[in-house]
Write a protein that binds this ligand. Structure first.
Ligand SMILES: *Cc1c(COP(=O)(O)O)cnc(C)c1O
Length: 370
């Protein structure tokens, strides 16, 4: 039986990668902001259409160090329908996450519920562009300005997207990307923080924080971490960036095929098509309304697994229900997130997934109706 995993990392040809790393055997410069780091950074600024970018060892450290560099204290409003990283970045900074419910269509922060969560302790909003669905940027911006709050977007799912013709990383005070192997675009492990020219000081702080807080050879004036991207990862990023548009186009074809089978099926909710967004086809989530569809999410998950197909319950469980928080958060405050989390399944999706495999996956899903 042929196994299909939920994703498969994009890679350049071996020759292309070898060509890119060859000169490292002359320079012996392997990490600490070398020539590959610099080149990758410059290319990303162009590709993403942002003013500034700083590379990190992964997307999580991009989020965590962004919060630290903003020097925040108090409460950060976020959503629980996300990867562990978003919430952990807040908590590991000694900040308190306050969970806002999500919109039932885009799965991003429900901005109609945002304002009522603001207190005199609120310092920032950390929304997530879930599955590549763009948040309600205008409303978040309006509310943040009204209350003087910082906005840090978790843009891990939105590499290469634009909103109203502008790079998605240019929105908010700060936007963070992940270049993890499982994402639309990867540098093996990697991440980046994007910010505007008005935040140059923040940029300097961030740069120091990713290198232990070292200011000069004899001055360490911040308690930093080590989050530097090494040269091999930067080289992988440089190579993958040459092909990312093709990869996104191939993903589009896969998504179209999924839609041709599943669109309009009673009891299935597919990802929305958003106005003003150039999408990246990062994920293919399906929400199963078992009463109408005739099978639960878990039944579909099991059936696919029996056929060697790895779908993912992404995002389940919600981050506010994690064991590490010991029941600290009232889950009744995010009922829509709970509803979606209990019913959603992301189906396999990657550039080289064959259309025959998509047909087979959809066949298995639809047969679950009995
Ligand atoms: C992948 C991901 C992250 C973390 O990125 P890493 O590069 O794996 O550290 C953060 N938030 C979301 C929503 C993600 O999907």
């Amino acid at each position: 039986m042929k196994k299909i995993l939920v994703t498969q990392s994009s890679m350049p040809s071996l020759d292309e990668y070898v060509e890119e790393i060859k000169d490292m055997w002359d320079t012996h410069w392997l990490t600490n902001m070398g020539p590959k780091h610099k080149k990758f950074q410059e290319e990303l600024i162009q590709y993403l259409g942002v003013e500034n970018i700083d590379l990190m060892t992964n997307g999580h450290m991009a989020l965590e160090l962004s919060l630290q560099a903003l020097n925040l204290s108090g409460e950060v409003i976020t959503t629980p329908f996300t990867f562990a990283s978003t919430t952990h970045a807040i908590v590991r900074n000694g900040l308190d996450p306050v969970f806002c419910d999500i919109d039932p269509v885009t799965y991003t922060m429900d901005t109609t519920k945002l304002e009522s969560l603001i207190t005199d302790k609120t310092c920032a909003i950390m929304p997530v562009h879930v599955y590549g669905n763009v948040c309600n940027i205008e409303e978040i911006d309006r509310i943040a300005k009204k209350y003087g709050l910082k906005v840090i977007y978790d843009a891990a799912h939105t590499f290469g997207e634009t909103y109203k013709g502008k790079g998605i990383g240019s929105y908010g005070d700060v936007s963070c990307f992940s270049f993890h192997a499982t994402k639309v675009f990867n540098s093996i492990e990697g991440g980046a923080v994007c910010f505007g020219d008005d935040l140059k000081d923040f940029g300097l702080d961030l740069y120091r924080l990713k290198n232990f807080g070292i200011r000069g050879t004899e001055v360490v004036d911040a308690v930093g971490a080590n989050a530097k991207m090494n040269e091999f990862c930067a080289a992988m990023g440089i190579c993958n960036l040459r092909h990312v548009d093709e990869e996104i186009e191939k993903r589009r074809v896969v998504v179209e095929r999924y839609r041709s089978h599943l669109e309009g099926v009673e009891g299935l909710q597919l990802n929305p098509i958003q106005k003003d967004v150039k999408p990246n086809y990062a994920y293919f989530p399906v929400v199963f309304d078992d009463k109408v569809f005739g099978a639960t999410r878990n039944e579909v998950f099991e059936k696919l697994a029996e056929h060697g197909i790895g779908a993912r319950k992404y995002f389940y469980p919600l981050t506010n229900s994690f064991e590490c928080f010991h029941g600290k958060y009232d889950l009744d405050k995010t009922p829509v997130a709970r509803h979606i989390s209990n019913r959603v399944l992301t189906l396999p999706l990657y550039a080289d997934l064959s259309l025959e495999d998509v047909n087979r996956i959809c066949d298995i899903v639809l047969k679950c109706r009995g």
